[in-house]
Ligand binder design. Structure first.
Ligand SMILES: [Zn+2]
Length: 90
């Protein structure tokens, strides 16, 4: 039996609990706004890098899992509609 690679990667993350359940189609909010003013992104690709599309302007970026984890502010699973759609800060 080989150890699960995903599990090894998760163990190296700062906060695996926040990250293990991220899926394509999920919405995420980042700490810093995109230049277009948008905070929310949709996950479009999972892998060594996470593909994100800005929901405001459609711009696509790739972030490493670690980088995304640093910038991640909120995570909205695709099956849980983001009902509270307002900035959570302050
Ligand atoms: Zn944007």
């Amino acid at each position: 039996m080989q150890p699960c690679v995903e599990k090894i990667i998760s163990c190296r993350c700062y906060n695996p609990a926040m990250f293990t359940d991220i899926q394509v189609g999920d919405k995420v909010r980042l700490r810093k706004a995109h230049p277009c003013g948008g905070f929310e992104w949709e996950v479009v690709r999972l892998g060594a890098d996470i593909g994100l599309v800005c929901l405001t302007c459609g711009h696509k970026v790739f972030l490493s899992r670690r980088e995304l984890q640093r910038r991640l502010k909120a995570h909205f699973p695709a099956d849980a509609a983001p009902t509270e759609n307002k900035p959570a800060e302050k």
